[in-house]
Every structure is written in structure tokens, then in C-alpha cells.
Ligand binder design. Structure first.
Ligand SMILES: Nc1ncnc2c1ncn2[C@@H]1O[C@H](COP(=O)(O)OP(=O)(O)OP(=O)(O)O)[C@@H](O)[C@H]1O
Ligand SMILES: O=C(O)c1ccc[n+]([C@@H]2O[C@H](COP(=O)([O-])O)[C@@H](O)[C@H]2O)c1
Length: 240
């Protein structure tokens, strides 16, 4: 399924450098700009690269969960991924471009500055300490919901944050197994501790984007124009 992405003037390739240097409207979180936030969403990922469904999830989470702010958190050292990620600088830059049209999104680079493997519990604990009055929402896809019990301190995460899950399809378009009655297998979560976003299962993946770039196939229907421009200008994903 292709998602239309509104092309904004500054998404044009020639303006990417300017957008990056200005932060493209989404900066690193500061205490000032989220001080009043009571509903803080956290959407972490490798974002290698951020694609159309990441954007759709972010927009849906902001609306459905009535978030004051959604932190887009690129992963530092993804201990759970078998392949090395692209440089943090590139993934951070692409996140700034990909989510810039969502006024409530903030790209937060804290995990990129943390030593050692990236654990979401560390991020949520920091946020909880910084904003003790806020309710935290953690946004994940159905693949991560199925693997959630393997995360470090998974139960503690579910105790700290409401987990918001988006259905996902595999490359064939078949929906991943996801039981709304038992959305986080192996965990003890109250019904109001979990939300499911009203989105259909979609098969997009960063793996597919990387593979298509390596094969010289178009990716314009899969990523924002500015992200496609960044990938081309920086010669990313030349090999899958
Ligand atoms: N098509 C999708 N549907 C639902 N959730 C998704 C989808 N793509 C990514 N997500 C979710 O977005 C978050 C970040 O994902 P990530 O950056 O690893 O993208 P990815 O497409 O899964 O990447 P890769 O193909 O490299 O593994 C995860 O919680 C993941 O479950
Ligand atoms: O903390 C953990 O143990 C943990 C295990 C697996 C995934 N995560 C986080 O889940 C998010 C999505 O992961 P991924 O692999 O789909 O990009 C990202 O922020 C990861 O850091 C976190």
C-alpha cells in the first residue's frame, strides 16, 4: 500500500542542507518546549531510513492518543539488530526531514549520545524523572509487540508507559499475528495499559527501502521526498 506524502516546499532537494542546519522545524527536545506536556509519546526506532509508515504511525499516535508531544528517538546501539546501522548522523538527519511536517513531533537524540547498548527502559526512566507529572506512551509496531517480552525490563516499561501498538503486515501483505486480547504476550498489563492505533496492517519496511536503493529501484512512494533526496545525495544504501 502506498501512502501519499504531502510534498512541502522545503522538502525540495536543493533545500535539504538548509533544512538540516535549521533543524527543519523539529529540534532536540528541551525541557522548555515540553515543560507543560502531560501526554508524552515516545516513538523509537532505527529509522534506517524513516519511511512512510513511520510517518503514518507518528501522525496517528499524536491524534489518537491526544499527545502534547511525540518524541522521535533514533536508536543508538541497537543490540537486538543483527546488522550494523547507518551512522547516527545520517539517521538523525533523515528523522528531522521525515517528521518535520508534524508540529507535535520532536526528534530527540538522547539515545545517540548514550554509551553501550540502547535500552528503552533507560530512556523512559529519564523522561519519567524529567516530567514526573506526565503520562508516557510508548509507540511500537506489532513485530515489536510480539518481541516485547525479550526487551530489557519489559514489565517495568509496561508499568511506566501505556503501550500503543500498530498492526503490521509482512512483505507478502499478510498481517502479523496480533491478538488484541493478549497484545503483549508474557506480560502483566491491564487493559487500559495498552492502546491499538486505528491503522490497517501495512507492509512497509526500512529493509525494503534499502534493498530497492541498492537495486536502483524508485523509493519515492516509500519515503518523503526530502529523505529520498538525502539518501541520494549521501549515497546511502548502495549495497543492501
Ligand atoms: N509497516 C509497519 N507497520 C507497523 N509498525 C512498523 C512498520 N514499520 C516499522 N514499524 C515500527 O516502527 C518502529 C521502528 O521500526 P524500524 O526503524 O526498525 O523500521 P523497520 O521498517 O522495522 O526497519 P527494518 O526493516 O530495518 O528492520 C518499530 O516499533 C516498528 O515495529
Ligand atoms: O530496550 C530494549 O530491550 C529494546 C529491545 C528491542 C527494541 N527496543 C526499541 O524498540 C524500538 C524499535 O526497535 P526496532 O528494532 O524496530 O527499530 C527502538 O527504539 C529500540 O531501541 C528496545
Amino acid at each position: 500500500m502506498d501512502l501519499p506524502i504531502p510534498a512541502r516546499a522545503w522538502f525540495a532537494r536543493g533545500r535539504i542542507d538548509r533544512a538540516l542546519s535549521e533543524g527543519a522545524g523539529v529540534g532536540v527536545t528541551t525541557q522548555a518546549d515540553t515543560q507543560a506536556a502531560r501526554r508524552i509519546g515516545v516513538f523509537g526506532g532505527a529509522f534506517d531510513p524513516p519511511h512512510a509508515v513511520h510517518h503514518a504511525l507518528a501522525a496517528a499516535a499524536i491524534d489518537t492518543l491526544a499527545l502534547d508531544v511525540l518524541l522521535i528517538v533514533p536508536t543508538g546501539d541497537a543490540w537486538h539488530k543483527s546488522r550494523p546501522l547507518s551512522p547516527a548522523r545520517d539517521r538523525l538527519a533523515m528523522c528531522r526531514l521525515a517528521f518535520a511536517d508534524l508540529p507535535k513531533a520532536r526528534v530527540d537524540d538522547r539515545e545517540l549520545h548514550r554509551d553501550g547498548p540502547t535500552y528503552t527502559i533507560d530512556t523512559l526512566t529519564e523522561l519519567q524523572q524529567a516530567w514526573p507529572a506526565a503520562q508516557l506512551y510508548l509507540q511500537i509496531g506489532a513485530d515489536q509487540a510480539a518481541a516485547f517480552h525479550t526487551w530489557r525490563s519489559a514489565q517495568a516499561i509496561a508499568d511506566i508507559a501505556i503501550i500503543s501498538i500498530a498492526a503490521r503486515a509482512d512483505a507478502t501483505g499478510a498481517a502479523l499475528q496480533f491478538d488484541p486480547e493478549n497484545p503483549l504476550p508474557g506480560l502483566n498489563v491491564l487493559p487500559d495499559g495498552v492502546r491499538v492505533l486505528p491503522l490497517p496492517p501495512m507492509p512497509h519496511s526500512a529493509t525494503d527501502v534499502r534493498r530497492r536503493v541498492a537495486q536502483g529501484l524508485p523509493i519515492d512512494h516509500l519515503v518523503a521526498p526530502a529523505v529520498a533526496g538525502y539518501i541520494a545525495e549521501n549515497h546511502l544504501y548502495q549495497t543492501a
